[in-house]
Design a protein around this ligand. Structure first.
Ligand SMILES: [Ca+2]
Ligand SMILES: [Ca+2]
Length: 482
């Protein structure tokens, strides 16, 4: 009952807010001078997934995973196999995607501030606002921005699709008593219809079957496979907990690593690998993560089926991405926040009219989504966008991206991804170097070997200079001295 009541309150809030907004509340600049709607421009369907790593059929990150709907989308369009987030944590990653601005400019390197709280983004329109200014109707629901389109961002969305929470069981199901409340999992609730993600998928499906007098930009954000990993039983039943493949971990893997920002500060919001092992939860958690992935894949399928059977099937671009990756014991770590590929690498798919079925192995960034979509839809270029358009790679997948990809986590720590190399440079000067041609699991840190000095020096020239200081007010480590 309480969960139902709590959900009711949340629904009430989100249903009332958009309609309570005065009709003239949109900034005048958004509408003044806006071109008339251009129906020749493609629609955009953006699907955001939360905490999904490379455990999809099309990326091959786990041999057992079942993701038929995302695999079908990947086969129809372009799959970027070497895509990385700008920050490996929810809020800062999503702010970067929706602003097109790098963390080294907006100043959010960790979980915390809202988009509209960052002074550097005061004059930066969200991707949705940019499309709206160019005559698009914007619809959005679920977890697109970590904190939703609130405050001055509420005007960016013409038609909110709601943001509900799924129910949770009254008592912990599998969580050890000394773990954070978010870290629980199990066969709950009974049916898909009880899940907020599924309800959102159905709402988005209805919208996609509707005719509009403008092109639309519809964004939906699903919460799974973010913890807590509660999904209905049938998704657990897809996998045999006793025989499923466990992630590969090597005890000696950490021996060649410098201390990093997580170990230095003894900072973790997830259980440690030792704790997961001590409670014998590796297999059970892996099962729940796989089940949650297949559930969200089903939600993606509901949305894509509606698109493909509706009036917009032939003139809609689809972009699907996850906000960052996820460790399940690799490098003795769980969850996110690291600069290893397990944490930074994400699925990124772009499909639609004139986009050929292809795989692109170039290093690309989620920062590239902003300039790519506005180029594909022939909108005005956005000078503030710091990524590069992937239109050249969509036309020719072997085309080199003009610069390496940079991921930042906590102030002063960065990853640099080139086509084959991954350099991690920590704030204290410590380095890691991996050769992805021979070591995609990043077992062998080459940074200390003299023959790689030239490679390291070349990659270091891309390290951000004059990075924006961390915006501390709402950051998770705001109490720390830097
Ligand atoms: Ca996330
Ligand atoms: Ca190692």
């Amino acid at each position: 009952m309480s969960a139902f009541i709590q959900r009711g309150i949340i629904v009430t809030v989100f249903m009332i807010t958009p309609f309570a907004r005065p009709a003239n509340a949109h900034p005048a600049a958004i509408r003044r001078g806006a071109p008339p709607p251009d129906r020749s421009r493609p629609n955009v369907l953006m699907i955001c997934i939360d905490d999904l790593n490379d455990w999809t059929g099309f990326l091959g990150g786990h041999p057992d995973v079942k993701t038929p709907h995302m695999d079908k989308l990947a086969a129809a369009g372009c799959s970027f196999t070497n895509a990385h987030c700008a920050v490996p944590v929810c809020s800062a990653s999503r702010i970067s995607v929706m602003s097109g601005v790098a963390p080294t400019t907006h100043g959010s390197y960790e979980l915390g501030p809202r988009y509209e709280q960052l002074p550097a983004l005061n004059d930066v329109p969200t991707l949705q606002a940019w499309f709206r200014q160019h005559g698009y109707r914007t619809l959005s629901g679920g977890k697109v921005l970590h904190h939703d389109f609130n405050g001055r961002l509420a005007a960016d969305i013409d038609q909110p699709l709601g943001r509900r929470r799924s129910p949770r069981p009254r008592q912990p199901m599998n969580r050890p008593a000394d773990w954070s409340g978010a870290w629980d999992w199990g066969r709950y609730p009974a049916t898909d219809g009880d899940m907020a993600d599924f309800q959102l998928a159905k709402t988005a499906a209805t919208a996609l079957q509707t005719e509009f007098d403008q092109p639309f930009f519809l964004s939906v954000g699903f919460f799974r496979p973010h913890v807590p990993l509660f999904v209905p039983p049938r998704w657990f039943d897809l996998y045999d907990v006793n025989t499923l493949t466990l992630p590969a971990t090597r005890l000696s893997d950490l021996d060649d690593l410098p201390p990093n920002f997580l170990s230095i500060n003894d900072y973790a919001l997830a259980p440690t690998h030792a704790e997961v092992q001590r409670h014998k939860k590796v297999r059970s958690l892996t099962h729940a993560y796989l089940a949650s992935i297949s559930f969200v894949d089903h939600c993606v399928g509901v949305v894509l089926d509606a698109l493909n059977s509706g009036p917009h099937a032939d003139d809609t671009l689809v972009v699907l991405w996850s906000d960052h990756g996820f460790h399940l014991g690799e490098k003795q770590h769980w969850a996110k926040r690291t600069l290893w590929a397990e944490s930074t690498r994400v699925p990124l798919l772009i499909a639609g009219p004139d986009i050929a079925s292809a795989q692109c192995d170039q290093p690309v960034s989620l920062l590239d989504v902003y300039p790519t979509l506005i180029e594909l839809c022939r909108l005005d270029a956005a000078d503030h966008a710091e990524g590069v358009s992937l239109a050249p790679q969509l036309a020719s997948p072997q085309q080199r991206r003009s610069q390496p990809v940079i991921t930042s986590s906590y102030f002063g720590n960065h990853s640099i991804y080139s086509e084959h190399w991954h350099l991690i440079a920590y704030r204290d000067g410590a380095l890691e170097l991996y050769d992805h041609r021979t070591d995609t699991d990043e077992y062998h840190n080459l940074a200390g070997e003299p023959q790689y000095a030239a490679t390291i020096n070349k990659l270091k020239t891309w390290l951000p200079r004059d990075a924006a200081p961390e915006f501390k007010r709402k950051s998770e480590r705001a109490h720390l001295p830097y």
